[in-house]
Ligand binder design. Structure first.
Ligand code: CTP
Ligand code: MG
Length: 230
């Protein structure tokens, strides 16, 4: 059974307000991209890694990931995360499972990757997630609260989001035909009711670096956790 990791690193990091895409920012002497790729490269159950990079930064991405022995190719992404995921998924020739991961979640752990792969032995689609610590409010366009969903049934989605390869290919194909736009890969499967998707345990350390302040927090986590970057 072949497990492929697809690392999405084709964003431009607009919200960070920083002067280069956030995957190239360094924590503990390595870029966020290297931390993400390294976690999958070290994992004994991952066979190959494909990195999806912004076309303006292809060479930089190749240079940073060359030393990881499981990286088989670096391909160009698209204008949206969904397009980048599409390009990545359809660049996979053969595999059983695909684990799609945001390069910006640089501290994905060996345990999360193992839990995801184990989840795919029971389900066709799984998503790393954590419990919602805050109460989540649903509001209308005027800001009026219309619903306070029961927190016990709420989860915050992370990545990896993981699928049987044929399932995620089908979901992408249908979404493209129908012009569906979703924010994540699980949404593609759910929008078309193609499979049940189950959550597996993520971690608060598996944060997505989005704003510049997240980078400070990431440095703090790195220092606290002593995350391996061998
Ligand atoms: N991503 C991608 N292709 C895109 C947009 C995003 O591969 N066209 C990747 C990013 O590189 C990131 C992950 O998807 O690893 C999550 O996206 P996000 O946090 O939104 O990153 P950016 O799009 O880079 O940031 P922003 O939305 O602030 O511009
Ligand atoms: Mg984005």
């Amino acid at each position: 059974m072949k497990n492929i990791a697809l690392i999405l690193a084709s964003g431009t990091g607009e919200r960070s307000g920083l002067n280069q895409p956030k995957q190239f920012f360094e924590v503990g002497g390595q870029t966020l991209l290297e931390h993400s790729v390294g976690a999958f490269d070290r994992h004994v159950l991952i066979d190959d890694i494909i990195v999806v990079a912004h076309h303006d930064f292809l060479e930089q991405t190749v240079a940073l990931t060359r030393r990881f022995k499981k990286v088989i190719k670096v391909i160009a992404g698209g204008a949206t995360r969904q397009e980048s995921s599409y390009n990545g998924v359809f660049s996979i020739e053969e595999a059983e499972n695909v684990l799609i991961h945001d390069a910006a979640r640089a501290f994905v752990s060996e345990e999360i990757i193992s839990t995801c792969i184990d989840g795919l032995s029971k389900h066709d689609a799984v998503c790393a997630a954590i419990e919602a610590s805050d109460t989540i409010l649903e509001v209308n366009e005027t800001g009026k609260i219309i619903c306070v969903p029961n927190r016990n049934f709420l989860r915050c989605a992370q990545t990896p989001q993981c699928f049987k390869l044929e399932l995620i290919k089908l979901a992408h194909r249908i979404a493209r035909t129908n012009g569906q736009i979703v924010t994540d890969d699980c949404g593609l499967v759910l929008a078309n009711n193609l499979a049940d998707v189950y959550v597996v345990a993520g971690s608060s350390c598996n944060l997505k670096i989005t704003y510049s302040r997240d980078l400070e927090f990431a440095r703090w986590i790195y220092a606290q956790e002593g995350i391996s970057n061998e």
